[in-house]
Design a protein around this ligand. Structure first.
Ligand code: UDP
Length: 494
């Protein structure tokens, strides 16, 4: 007979990192667990709570009948720590200097206080904490609660980072030419990058030290939860589990669980959603390229100008989210002559969006035939789920690894030849418009190469959707994690 404790639903606390690209998948993941009867709480600060409020409300509305009226997902809103940042600056997207970045990471440390209070009062069964909260491994252990780490990236990229940290191939390679090829040892495929595309521990000692701290914290965790799906990167799931001995649950693509495809990730429904869909409705299937670089990337005027030229030269219709432009005027300094005549309302070739684009709706519209992306993991997986091939333009973080996965392993994209791993505050070489146009055409034009890429993208999209359906690999992994946590709870009851 079940004990009383076994009848209580599991309760998971989610602690997302304070940027939209980590908050959005955590809200989607909470919706997935809530739909399976888990009580979920997301602990975050007011500005970040606003990013996920609408997604959480809609997930709760959809589950209302199952929970007897109460919300299945709660957001525990805690004040942003007073670290000397201006009021309302609570997100990685709002930081404009290295000094503010330092203060922000101080706040990330200080969130331990409200976390500890929550743990003491509510005693959840598990914590899913973002890898950036390295302190949470000890904090959770002190409360006797298992910490699962969420890294917001692919198993492929995570395996590459693990190889980097173990082998330090950049520092040990004799050739310090930025174009020198560096191999990452011990992976299922031969993975090679240019030196300039990787973190150089000598040039970025803080970054490197943080990677090591994060890796060590992850290894001491109960396990890792990935927003990915087994069929996309089976060799890497196997490598991560067997060769590296890590306990992992692969539960994505979590975006497919979203009940809030238009307003997902914003505090307001995008005013452009309807207009954008109407514009797309008027275009032939597969004729539009969608261009967006996520929530953090900033492009120099020179880069914007070349991209605009590239879109013009490609001959394709386009929807371009221009948030990455440093300037925001009606006549931006980057716009090449004649470009304004291409875009709505003056012209019919293109639509630019400044604000929050309904990315999931756009990617799933039949008119969209390609996606120029910075290879942020959410965007990558959203394109994969929609069966849309990619033109890859990585800039930093895990993006160069994700590009390798897209281009070389999955073969669902073509690169623009991005070579510089650089933050928004650093310089990088602009990529020429002709090269950008060429990459777009390779993915979208008729002909053997484009057909093969599009076919692979379509097939992968079908597998992605299958993974999250009942009986699919991700669906089953959610169940396996719940069983493991339930077993753990019962073993502590005796
Ligand atoms: N996103 C969106 N509309 C926008 C910009 C971004 O819906 O105008 C969403 C996008 O769908 C994705 C997330 O924001 O879910 C961005 O995450 P990603 O990992 O791609 O990039 P990051 O912003 O973290 O670099």
């Amino acid at each position: 007979m079940a004990t009383k404790d076994e009848q209580q639903p599991l309760h998971i606390l989610f602690l997302p990192f304070l940027v939209p690209g980590h908050l959005i998948p955590i809200a989607d993941m909470a919706a997935i667990f809530a739909a399976r009867g888990v009580r979920c709480t997301i602990l975050t600060t007011p500005v970040n709570a606003a990013v996920i409020r609408s997604a959480v409300d809609r997930a709760n509305d959809a589950l209302r009948g199952d929970t007897g009226g109460g919300p299945a997902i709660e957001i525990a809103v805690v004040p942003f720590p007073d670290v000397g940042l201006p009021p309302g600056v609570e997100s990685g997207t709002a930081l404009t200097s290295e000094e503010d970045r330092g203060k922000f990471f101080n706040a990330v440390q200080r969130l331990r206080e409200p976390f500890d209070r929550f743990m003491a009062e509510r005693r959840p069964d598990a914590v899913v904490a973002d890898g950036f909260f390295t302190w949470s491994v000890d904090a959770a252990a002190e409360h006797g609660v298992p910490r699962l780490v969420f890294l917001g990236t692919s198993v492929f990229a995570r395996s590459c980072i693990d190889s980097m940290v173990r082998n330090n191939p950049v520092e040990t390679s004799a050739d310090d030419d930025p174009d020198a090829v560096v191999s990452l040892p011990g992976l299922p495929h031969s993975v090679e990058l240019r030196r300039s595309q990787m973190i150089d521990p000598k040039k970025r000692p803080d970054h490197w030290a943080f990677f090591q701290t994060m890796n060590a914290a992850d290894q001491r965790s109960y396990g890792e939860v990935f927003n990915s799906f087994h069929e996309m990167e089976p060799e890497y799931v196997e490598h991560y589990r067997a060769a590296l001995g890590r306990r992992t649950w692969i539960v994505g693509p979590v975006a497919l669980a979203s009940k809030d495809v238009a307003a997902r990730g914003t505090s307001e429904l995008s005013p452009d959603a309807d207009a954008c869909l109407r514009w797309l409705d008027a275009k032939p299937d597969g004729s539009v390229v969608y261009i967006s670089f996520g929530t953090l990337s900033i492009f120099s005027p020179a880069e914007m100008r070349e991209l605009a030229r590239g879109l013009d030269l490609s001959g394709k219709n386009f929807v371009w989210v221009t948030n990455g432009a440093a300037d925001d005027t009606d006549a931006p300094e980057w716009m090449p002559e004649g470009f304004a005549d291409l875009i709505s309302p003056r012209g019919e070739r293109g639509l630019t969006i400044r604000g929050w684009a309904p990315q999931m709706l756009i990617l799933n519209h039949p008119a969209v035939g390609g996606f120029v992306t910075h290879c942020g993991w959410n965007s990558t997986l959203e394109a994969v789920s929609a069966g849309v091939p990619m033109v890859t333009w990585p800039r930093y973080a895990d993006q160069f690894y994700n590009e390798k996965l897209i281009m070389d392993v999955l073969k669902v994209g073509v690169g623009v030849g991005s070579r510089d791993f650089a933050s928004n505050l650093e310089n990088r070489r602009a990529i020429g418009g002709e090269v950008i146009a060429g990459a777009i055409r390779r993915v979208m034009d008729d002909g053997e190469e484009g057909e093969a890429i599009r076919e692979k993208a379509r097939e992968l999209g079908v597998k992605a959707r299958g993974a999250t359906e009942k009986g699919g690999s991700s669906y089953d992994d959610v169940g396996r994690l719940m069983d493991a946590l339930m077993t753990r709870r019962s073993s502590f009851d005796v």
